[in-house]
Design a protein around this ligand. Structure first.
Ligand SMILES: C[S@@+](CC[C@H](N)C(=O)[O-])C[C@H]1O[C@@H](n2cnc3c(N)ncnc32)[C@H](O)[C@@H]1O
Length: 188
């Protein structure tokens, strides 16, 4: 059986190397932030956002334990404010929507902030770069976020970006992900 998590990493790895600039827009417990930090190396940079102080603290502890804090900039603010913090362009960005597993299910990503955040994130992805968004349609807000984002990505001219949806067709409520690659000549 294919693992969508492994597929996510394979696709991201095509865009990330030593010295890359990346962003994890939902750090949670820091697993994706750590993966990015290990792949960008000492000369790279990972911006990490979360609205929960506890998530930022847990991630900071994980990064310190693994010796990669030097290349990470953790920000306790909503990802829809990302333009206040990201200076320049990024090679790759990741959103892992929903709520923190084992945490407060009431603190979840919401369409009103997810859409501006994804739109602004796309604007800081450099031509040839990518954005990956993991969606959890097993809860109502996640299902609606998924529908909203599919419509959003469907609206782009393929000269600007190519957008893909990876989902298990016979498990419609299981997590899926969207992957957008900006064209090398994109001006969005
Ligand atoms: C599914 S978890 C992320 C899991 C994480 N990628 C990991 O590897 O552990 C979603 C996270 O999004 C955060 N979140 C919710 N709304 C947010 C927002 N507007 N801006 C930034 N983070 C947000 C939640 O606090 C939660 O920690």
């Amino acid at each position: 059986m294919l693992s969508l998590r492994d597929t996510e990493k394979e696709l991201l790895a095509r865009h990330i190397g030593l010295g890359s600039v990346t962003a994890d827009f939902t750090v949670g417990n820091g697993n994706d932030t750590l993966w990015l930090a290990e792949h960008v190396g000492e000369g790279g940079l990972v911006y990490g956002f979360d609205i929960q102080k506890q998530a930022i603290e847990n991630t900071a502890a994980l990064l310190a334990e693994r010796g990669v804090s030097d290349r990470c900039r953790l920000i306790c603010d909503s990802h829809h404010n990302l333009l206040k913090y990201i200076d320049g362009k990024i090679d790759a960005g990741v959103f892992n929507l929903g709520f923190l597993p084992g945490g407060d299910k009431g603190i979840t990503t919401m369409r009103e902030t997810t859409l501006p955040a994804v739109r602004d994130a796309l604007s800081v992805v450099k031509p040839g770069g990518c954005l990956l968004v993991a969606v959890y349609p097993g809860h109502e807000e996640g299902r609606l976020e998924g529908e909203m984002l599919c419509s959003f990505f469907e609206g782009f001219d393929q000269k600007q970006l190519s957008a893909y949806c990876f989902r298990v067709l016979n498990a419609p409520t299981s997590p899926f992900f969207l992957f957008a690659e900006k064209s090398k000549r994109a001006d969005i």
